[in-house]
Design a protein around this ligand. Structure first.
Ligand code: F0G
Length: 475
C-alpha cells in the first residue's frame, strides 16, 4: 500500500486525541482517557487525528491491497481492514471477532418499490455481522478502547442490538463482563435471547430506552464501569467503516444518497464524520447526500430539524431548542412508540453530531409511519435476505423521498439495512399471519391497518389430494 511516511517517531497520544465538540470549548483529552463527555462543558467528544503524523493511504483504492492480507486478523475484519482511517489503537491491541463481513447488494426488486431506475438501488446488509446488526462495527472499536484502558466491566443501555453486540464481544473474548440495561417489554425476543445466552448481566429497568440510557450513564460513572453506548466516541470510529465498505463495493465511486434509519443517531453521525475526514484527506471529491429517517412514533430529529429549524449553524447549533422540546415531551408525558423498537428513542444522544453530519452531507430528515416501515420491510424480505423493522425505515424513507421528488429516478441510492431479519420475528410473523379484520386489534395502536404484502400460509387438511389441489391453485 502507498502511504505517506510520518515525519518523525511520535507517540500515539500526539497523533490521536479526544476533543470536545463544542467549538467554543474545544477541550482536549488523551486518547487513553475514559470519558463520554467533556469535563469542562459536558458536550460530546470526538476522536481527532493529526493526519500529518499518520500513514494515510494516498488513494482509497490502496485499501484493496488489504484483501490480500486476509489471513491477518486485523485485515480480515471489515472494520480494521481500514485501520489507517481509524488509527486510535496500535494494531497489536486491536480486538476483532471478524465483524464487518457485510454485503452491498444491487436490489432491483426493491428498486421498483422505491421508484428508482433498476440498478440504482443498493442495500447494505449490516445484519450479516456476527451479532446480526451494524453494532459490531462500533462495538469492536469501543471494546478495543475499553481493553486498552484496562476495563473489566462494560455497560450499555439498549433497545437490543447494542446489548447483543457487547454481550457477544465479552463472551468471545472473555475479557470483560457485560452489564446491559434494557427497558421493560421493549426489546425483541431475538435480541434479548442473545444477551441472555451470551451471559450478560441483564438489568431490566421499569422504564423505556430513554430512561435506561439516563440510568446507565449515571451508574457507569458511579461504579467506574466502561460505557459503550454511542456517546462513547470510539464507537463511532468503527461505524465509519460501513461507509468505507459501501465505497469499496462501488469501486470507490461515491453514491448520490445514503439513507439510514435514525434512533440514537450514532450511525448518521459516524457516516458524516467518515465523509468529513475522507474529504479533508483528499480521498473523495464529492460527498453523498444523507437522509436520516425517523419512525413517526419517535420523531425528535424530524421535529427539531424540519419544524424547529435546528441546524449545525457552523458548530453553534441552538441546542436549547432540543431542551425545550424534551421539556414539552415530559410535560405531555409523551413516550416514543413504534413497532421499530430499535429506534424507539425520543432523546437521541448524538443529536449534535448528527446535525454536523447533515450539514456536511447536505442532508434531509424524514419520518415514516409504522405502516410504511412494515410494508417496506416485507418488500425488502420479498427481495431476499430481509431486515428487521427499524432497518426498513431506510427503504420506506427512500420511497417517500422519491415520491417527493427529492431523490431522482436516476439517482444512485444506498439504503443501510442495520439489523438482521431474524432479530424481530414477532413483527414479521404478525404482519404475514394476522387476518385483515384483526389487524387493528394486533397492531392498530400504531396505525398499522393492513398488510399489503402479506404472504399468508395456506391451511390445508392432512390429505394428499387436498394438498396437491391447494398447491396447484396457489402456485
Ligand atoms: N437500526 C437498528 C437495527 C438499531 O438497533 C438501531 C439502534 C438503529 C437502527 C438506530 O441507530 O442509534 O445509530 O441512530 N439501536 C440501539 C440499540 C439504540 O440499543 O441497539 P442509531
Amino acid at each position: 500500500m502507498t502511504t505517506t511516511a510520518p515525519s518523525r517517531q511520535v507517540s500515539l497520544a500526539e497523533k490521536v486525541y479526544q476533543r470536545c465538540l463544542n467549538i467554543d470549548c474545544a477541550a482536549t483529552y488523551d486518547v487513553g482517557e475514559v470519558r463520554t463527555k467533556c469535563g469542562a462543558c459536558g458536550d460530546l467528544l470526538d476522536v481527532v487525528y493529526d493526519w500529518s503524523r499518520l500513514p494515510v493511504p494516498k488513494r482509497l483504492s490502496d485499501m484493496e491491497a488489504m484483501w490480500a492480507r486476509r489471513h491477518e486478523p486485523l485485515r480480515f475484519s471489515g472494520v480494521w481492514r481500514f485501520h489507517e482511517l481509524l488509527p486510535f489503537a496500535p494494531p497489536e491491541r486491536v480486538i476483532t471477532v471478524g465483524e464487518g463481513q457485510t454485503l452491498l447488494q444491487q436490489a432491483d426488486f426493491v428498486s421498483r418499490y422505491v421508484g428508482l431506475r433498476p440498478g440504482q438501488l443498493y442495500l447494505q446488509y449490516e445484519g450479516m455481522n456476527p451479532s446480526g446488526s451494524f453494532k459490531d462495527n462500533g462495538m469492536c472499536a469501543a471494546f478495543t478502547h475499553a481493553h486498552m484502558v484496562g476495563a473489566k466491566r462494560a455497560a450499555c443501555a439498549s433497545t437490543g442490538n447494542t446489548s447483543a453486540s457487547l454481550a457477544m464481544y465479552c463472551a468471545v473474548t472473555q475479557l470483560m463482563r457485560a452489564i446491559i440495561f434494557i427497558g421493560s417489554g421493549k426489546i425483541s425476543y431475538g435480541k434479548l435471547s442473545q444477551a441472555l445466552e451470551y451471559g450478560a448481566l441483564t438489568v431490566q429497568i421499569a422504564g423505556d430506552f430513554d430512561d435506561a440510557m439516563a440510568r446507565v450513564q449515571e451508574i457507569s460513572k458511579a461504579l467506574g464501569i466502561y460505557l459503550v453506548n454511542s456517546v462513547n466516541p470510539f464507537r463511532l470510529e468503527g461505524q465509519k467503516t460501513v461507509m468505507f465498505r459501501v465505497l469499496e463495493a462501488l469501486r470507490w465511486e461515491v453514491p448520490d444518497w445514503i439513507v439510514v434509519p435514525g434512533g440514537n443517531l450514532g450511525n448518521s453521525s459516524a457516516f458524516g464524520k467518515a465523509f468529513l475526514e475522507l474529504k479533508e484527506l483528499g480521498l473523495i471529491s464529492k460527498v453523498p447526500r444523507l437522509a436520516v429517517i425517523n419512525a413517526a412514533g419517535a420523531d425528535t430529529l424530524d421535529v427539531l430539524y424540519n419544524q424547529r429549524n435546528l441546524r449545525w449553524n457552523r458548530g453553534r447549533p441552538r441546542m436549547e431548542t432540543a431542551c425545550w422540546y424534551y421539556d414539552e415531551l415530559d410535560r405531555s408525558k409523551t413516550k416514543a412508540d413504534t413497532i421499530a423498537s430499535a429506534i424507539e428513542i425520543n432523546r437521541p444522544v448524538n443529536l449534535k453530531k448528527c446535525l454536523r453530519a447533515l450539514d456536511v452531507c447536505d442532508g434531509v430528515v424524514r419520518k415514516v409511519s409504522d405502516q410504511e416501515i412494515l410494508d417496506a420491510k416485507a418488500q425488502v424480505g420479498a427481495g431476499g435476505i430481509g431486515c428487521e423493522p427499524a432497518s426498513a425505515a431506510s427503504v420506506a424513507g427512500a420511497k417517500l423521498l422519491r415520491q417527493q421528488g427529492v431523490i431522482g429516478y436516476e439517482d444512485r441510492v444506498v439504503c443501510i439495512l442495520t439489523g438482521h431479519q431474524l432479530k424481530d420475528p414477532t413483527a414479521t410473523v404478525a404482519y404475514h399471519t394476522t387476518d385483515q379484520d384483526k389487524f387493528e386489534e394486533v397492531l392498530g395502536s400504531r396505525g398499522v391497518t393492513r398488510a399489503s404484502y402479506a404472504n399468508r400460509a395456506i391451511a390445508v387438511p392432512n390429505d394428499v389430494e387436498a394438498i396437491i389441489k391447494a398447491i396447484q391453485l396457489y402456485s
